[in-house]
Design a protein around this ligand. Structure first.
Ligand code: ATP
Ligand code: MN
Length: 478
């Protein structure tokens, strides 16, 4: 019985010809004891259901309140009302689940994003989050489609690992040892040999190292899964649990890597523009309204859709880290001491610097290459100058870093040297180094932070609003 229903997105494409239908959904609003705006999550556009006077008795009328779920049987008729071509004239309305109007937290009015974060279990039912999560889905689908078309193999890398791929040490430990009174060795340290895996383990910060192993057999692979970082960054761009897309390609140099990343980003944006027009138009209006509250100079120069089309139709700017530093040093912002962090060759670019480059200077996405080796990871290929590595970061307007990637060091001796310099345990990573021992090839890859991509496409300013249940410091509700 239930799968005989028509989804509202589908129904809205029909010509009204008095078809008999069954629709189900949740009540958004109920006006004049007659007009129900019904939504089933398939689209942001509500279906107007008309209950002619007399169809429902007093008791039934009371039960049709915001949030209640309904099964409606009726006829599709042309709508006399403005803004919709059709509506459903109900012959029967059954309340599947009541919703106490006094207690239901979502009222038919605008709620702040902060408030909605506190009721993340219900926020899917709002127009904004409906649109955001349908776009998130579409982007995920487009990612698989892009790589599948190119013959990449989707590789599932482990969530629990014993290595720290980034060497940054910001990991969540995985253990079954008792927190109170864990076993100790002679030196008084916790004895992880007695732990579940017989060693110390953590949640993965990146699937890259395992991805490289697979690329050394399949040529082209990608991972797409959750990654975890115990970094105490309370920013609008950091989560403790986020999804990362990590392609890894054999027989690729840094140039090939940049080309792929640019094509990839454009592909998934193009997919959303084509397949999620309604949701993006809604989100564009939402953003415009939100930005109208800001002072003029903080507003975006382009609307959301205009921005996405601009990115699609223009080449990303490509500069070296050294050029980026020169641009920053010569900038009015630097001269007026507007940056909080130091600008100096050898120092990492901070978010404020990245945003200056993309938003003020180039006004488009920028790929920065050739970072100093000391601020980057051990596996990045050292350039001939001996000072920089073949790294690339892609910076996007409004977000900053969206992609981090590099050509990997394929020369065993050079790689071991870097690992020793950076205190990375060479013995423990014997399996990783084996790829360089047996048929090593030039190869490259990158990581795209999926939520940052969703932010970019939806125009949501806070990363907590583009993942269903955000995990951030001091927050793991739901
Ligand atoms: P950032 O400097 O912004 O912290 P990162 O240099 O630590 O980023 P990488 O280790 O290169 O980032 O990770 C690859 C990509 O994963 C980044 O480009 C970004 O899009 C995303 N990313 C990194 N950390 C986070 C996080 N905590 N939450 C969400 N996305 C993240
Ligand atoms: Mn980081």
């Amino acid at each position: 019985m239930f799968n005989k229903r028509v989804k509202i997105s589908e129904l809205l494409t029909w010509e009204p010809q008095f078809q008999e239908v069954i629709v189900m959904g949740w009540v958004k609003t109920f006006r004049n004891n007659q007009f129900i705006a019904l939504n089933d999550g398939s689209t942001n556009t509500n279906l107007q259901v008309v209950a002619e006077l007399g169809l429902l008795d007093e008791n039934q009328l009371k039960r049709i309140s915001t949030g209640a779920s309904l099964k409606v049987a009726g006829t599709v008729i042309p709508s006399p009302g403005k803004g919709q071509k059709l509506e459903v004239k109900a012959s029967t309305i059954e309340v599947l689940g009541d919703s106490d109007a006094e207690k239901f937290p979502l009222q038919p009015k605008e709620h702040s994003l902060e408030f909605l974060r506190e009721i993340a279990h219900l926020r899917f039912r709002t127009n904004t989050f409906g649109a955001v999560f349908r776009v998130r889905h579409a982007l995920a689908f487009a990612i698989h489609e892009f790589f599948n078309k190119k013959g990449f193999v989707y590789m599932h890398t482990p969530v629990i690992t014993a290595s720290d791929a980034e060497g940054a040490g910001e990991m969540f430990r995985v253990t079954t040892l008792p927190l109170e009174n864990p076993p100790k060795n002679e030196r008084g340290e916790i004895d992880y040999s007695q732990d579940f895996f017989g060693r110390s383990t953590n949640l993965t910060v990146s699937g890259q190292l395992e991805g490289e192993l697979a690329a050394m057999a399949f040529s082209d692979i990608y991972t797409f899964g959750p990654t975890f970082r115990a970094e105490n960054s309370n920013t609008t761009r950091h989560l403790a649990e986020f999804w990362m897309v990590e392609p890894e390609m054999a027989f690729y140099d840094i140039e090939d890597n940049m080309n792929l990343a640019e094509e990839f980003i454009k592909y998934i944006i193009g997919y959303a523009l084509k397949n999620n027009r309604g949701d993006l138009e809604f989100l564009a209006q939402r953003l415009e309204k939100e930005e109208s509250k800001l002072p003029q100079q903080q507003r975006s120069e382009m609307g959301l859709i205009q921005k996405l089309e601009f990115v699609l139709n223009n080449q990303f700017e490509r500069i070296t880290y050294t050029e980026a530093i020169d641009i920053l040093l010569a900038s009015p912002a630097y001269k007026k001491k507007k940056f909080d962090y130091e600008v100096k060759w050898g120092k990492d670019l901070q978010s404020e610097h990245e945003r200056y480059l993309v938003e003020k200077h180039f006004k488009k996405p920028v790929i920065v290459t050739g970072y100093p080796k000391d601020i980057k990871s051990f596996y990045m290929r050292v350039n001939d100058d001996g000072k920089t590595v073949a790294a690339m970061d892609i910076l996007a307007p409004g977000i900053g870093e969206i992609v981090g990637g590099s050509q990997r060091e394929e020369r065993l001796d050079k790689l071991e040297e870097r690992m020793r310099e950076m205190h990375i345990p060479v013995d423990q990573l014997w399996w990783y180094l084996d790829t360089r021992r047996f048929g090593s090839v030039p190869h490259a890859g990158f990581g795209l932070g999926f939520e940052r991509m969703v932010q970019f496409v939806t125009g949501m300013t806070n990363i907590r609003d583009v993942i269903p249940f955000p995990r951030t410091p001091k927050n793991a509700e739901f």
